[in-house]
Design a protein around this ligand. Structure first.
Ligand code: NAP
Ligand code: GCO
Length: 269
């Protein structure tokens, strides 16, 4: 008799997690590996890819890293071909995690800066998904998880490009769901709250007087859990959306935010 926990296992599956040399991508790739998947990952810097491979190995996770810029369509085509050669097949699971942010007031942001953020955070997930979907259709199943954001729902000063991209990524998620649901491909999003990674380190820097960064205090007041998230908080949701346990979940953005989106915020003391 099968056990419900078996439906969360990923044995025999190949997972590609983009931008998984550290941060959220590394945590998600580790979780999928712990659930049994073979891990392919990429990033732009060879030294960080090599270092990450060693860290995965130390965790007992079979992971092979590739140097590839997700915004480069030719590099992505080569990446998928390399995965097919190295793993014996294209990814069953794709996590579009790689992303950047530029925090610049809109009137000071160049169109080039705006385009670069949209290129990596929105166009690249389209490129990578487009490279993976034909193989998933042929195989009769596939899982795509797009890493969205609080900024898929909310705006704030200085993140115009990022919010536009992450809002678009929410709708790309729903469109892939719509176009490929009948091919047994489930495409969902994870919307992390504020997570302590290198990307948010500037928002958490201790001030010269030893006080916490004002934004750090702001996020604590806006989060019912009264803490920043850790990359590890995303591991369970990622395994769920990558597994058979979520085969009838499609087009959904799962916010892993400690309750930020539900909460008006704590009254200042
Ligand atoms: P991070 O610490 O900056 O890590 C980003 C990862 O992506 C690194 O591995 C980086 O490696 C890689 N990367 C960046 N640009 C790339 C490109 N063009 N091609 C391939 N790899 C690339 O970011 P994070 O905080 O872990 O965030 C990961 C994802 O979650 C992003 O999509 C981010 O927008 C999203 N997110 C983050 C938070 C948060 O609070 N941290 C919250 C919500 C959503 P290289 O630079 O070496 O390429
Ligand atoms: C910012 C932060 C956020 C987080 C995340 C929140 O400057 O507001 O970087 O954008 O990265 O996307 O969900």
């Amino acid at each position: 008799m099968s056990n419900i926990l078996d439906s969360f296992r990923l044995d025999g599956k190949v997972a590609l997690v983009t931008g998984a040399t550290y941060g959220i991508g590394f945590a998600i790739a580790s979780a999928l590996g712990e659930a049994g998947a073979k891990i392919a990952f990429n990033a732009r810097h060879a030294d960080k890819v090599a270092a990450a491979e060693e860290r995965y190995r130390e965790l007992g996770i079979e992971a092979h890293g590739y140097v590839a810029d997700v915004s480069d369509e030719v590099a992505v085509a080569d990446l998928i071909e390399s995965i097919q050669c190295d793993f014996g097949g294209a990814p069953d699971i794709l996590v579009n995690n790689a992303g950047i942010i530029k925090r610049i007031p809109m009137l000071e942001m160049s169109a080039a800066d705006f385009r670069q953020v949209v290129d990596v955070d929105l166009t690249a997930p389209f490129i990578v998904a487009k490279a993976c979907i034909p193989h998933m259709v042929e195989r009769g199943h596939g899982k795509i998880i797009n890493i969205c954001s609080m900024m898929s729902e909310l705006g704030r000063e200085t993140v115009a490009g990022y919010a536009a991209a992450k809002g678009g990524l929410k709708m790309l998620t729903r469109n892939i769901c719509s176009e490929f649901g009948d091919a047994n491909i489930q495409c969902n999003g994870i919307g992390p709250g504020y997570i302590a990674t290198p990307q948010t380190a500037p928002l958490r820097e201790t001030q010269p007087d030893g006080s916490r960064h004002p934004f750090d205090q702001f996020i604590i007041s806006k989060t019912p859990a009264a803490r920043w998230g850790a990359p590890e908080d995303l591991k369970g949701p990622a395994v769920f959306l990558a597994s058979d346990a979520s085969n009838f979940v499609n087009g959904h953005i799962l916010y892993v935010d400690g309750g930020i989106l539900a909460y008006i915020g704590k009254q200042p003391a």
